[in-house]
Structure formats: C-alpha cells, structure tokens
Design a protein around this ligand. Structure first.
Ligand code: ADP
Ligand code: MG
Length: 244
C-alpha cells in the first residue's frame, strides 16, 4: 500500500508584486514527498527555491494551485491553520538563527516548550538528549558565540528535530560551513531523519552532499525539472510503488 505523502503539490503557481509589477516566480510546480524521504533541491540562485520552501512551510499563503501538508490543503487556509502547520515542521536556515542570549540547551528547550505541554524538566531532558544525538553533549551550556559554525548548525538541527516533526525544511544549511563541517551536518540530519522517519526537503548548491538524497529535484527559472530517476529507484522503503 502506498503511504500518504507528507507534501503533495499540484499545479502550484506563485507571483510577487502587484499590477504591472506582478511577476510570476513559480510555474506549474508538481511535487510529492513521502514519509522518511530525503529530497534535495538544487538550482541556480533566483530560480525560486526559497519561495517554494516558504510556501511549503506555511510561511507564505498559497496563491494558486494545491499544496497539501499531510492531507491538509494550504490553499485558502487561515493564518491560524498556517500556524498549526508550522508547528509540525522543523526549519533549518543558512544562518543558524539561534538566540544569542540563550545557551545551546535553552535554544533547543525553547522549541520543546513552545510546542508541547511538557514540564520544564522534561523539556530540558529532551533538549539534552537531542544535543547529545548531534554530538554536542559537552557543549549544552555554551552560548552560540562560543560555538563554531558547524556546532551552531548542529544546535539548529537539534532544535528543528526535537519535536519529531514529520517534515524538516532546510534552506542551504551548509552554505556558511567548510567542507568537513558541512558534510558532518548533513550526515547528522540524514541519520536522525532515518531514525525518526522524518522527511527532509533540503535546498543546496553543494554538489558534495547530493549523495545523502533519496531523490534530487532541480529548479530552473521557476520550473521544477523532472525528478532524478535513479534516486527514486534507490529509495528503498518498500512501502510505495514507483511513479509511472
Ligand atoms: P532562490 O532561493 O532559488 O535563490 P528565491 O525564491 O529567493 O530564489 O527568488 C526567486 C525570485 O523571486 C528572484 O527573482 C527574487 O529576486 C524574487 N523574490 C524573492 N523574494 C521576493 C519578494 N519578497 N518580493 C519580490 N520578489 C522576490
Ligand atoms: Mg534561496
């Protein structure tokens, strides 16, 4: 039996600007992402990758077409519904976006407390478990200023994954990192995603990390090129049949 997709996008268009300045950015996007799948999106700067990610993440309203998150239609949904969607998605950005006045543990803990009705002790325990999982057991009380770029991005991963969301969106998460830190960061994401059954949509320019993907899609001038066939075949969940 084929699993329900986490994300199902059909005939999605998007525009910026109004009146004579209105410009189409996304053209007839069709994309499905399945549970546990790691999809990498590549494509030149300005091709619309971040715009698509922000629509999927409920950070922007869908203007035209259909975008379903776990079966829930985002087209026409209210701001309240979008907030609800956002709670089910982990975000990792190019800049780590950690709060400088909070320790690594507090940054992750806050994400737990915003989401769950858990006791403070449980939130602390969850945060520390997650930081251990990303290899920062000895850095839980460090502030972002005292962490390297790679370590900060690992805290951001811990924060994105601590609530075990069905989907993580990562926008060029290795762009500011050196080669080895970048590699470490995506390998940690890959391992945790597979352990938790999380789907990941990761935008990158970094050709060196393409091998962590189950599937690679390419954006060009607002059009999503056909999925890479080989990666579709290599996705070995066994729970769903290949696309026609
Ligand atoms: P990418 O992430 O692939 O670099 P973006 O989605 O950021 O592409 O941008 C796609 C196009 O939309 C670019 O031409 C960019 O200049 C334009 N754009 C992005 N954000 C906005 C915005 N908020 N308002 C108007 N134009 C925008
Ligand atoms: Mg971008």
């Amino acid at each position: 039996m084929r699993q329900e997709p986490v994300i199902a996008i059909k005939s999605l268009n998007h525009y910026y600007g109004k009146g004579s300045l209105k410009r189409q950015i996304l053209f007839d996007i069709n994309l499905e992402i399945y549970p546990g799948e790691i999809v990498i999106m590549t494509g030149p700067s300005g091709s619309g990758k971040t715009t698509l990610l922000s629509l999927i993440g409920g950070l922007r309203s869908v203007q035209e077409g259909s975008l379903k998150f776990l079966g829930v239609e985002l087209f026409g949904s209210s701001q309240t519904q979008l907030v609800q969607i956002r709670r089910n998605i982990g975000y990792i950005f190019q800049a780590h976006n950690l709060l400088g006045f909070l320790s690594a543990r507090q940054n992750v803990q806050m994400a737990v407390e915003l989401n769950d009705k858990v006791s403070q002790n449980d939130a602390i325990a969850k945060a520390e478990t997650m930081l251990t999982a990303v290899g920062l057991k000895n850095r839980v009380n460090y502030y972002p200023d005292n962490l390297s770029g790679g370590q900060k991005q690992r805290v951001a991963i811990a924060r994105a994954l601590v609530n075990n969301p069905p989907l993580v969106l990562a926008d060029e998460p290795t762009a500011a990192l050196d080669k080895q830190s970048g590699r470490d960061v995506v390998e940690i994401m890959q391992r945790l995603a597979k352990e938790q059954g999380t789907s990941i949509l990761l935008v990158t320019h970094d050709n060196r990390i393409l091998d962590i993907a189950d599937r690679i899609v390419e954006m060009e001038d607002g059009l999503l090129a056909r999925d890479s066939q080989s990666a579709v075949i290599s996705y070995d969940a066994g729970a769903w049949s290949e696309k026609p």
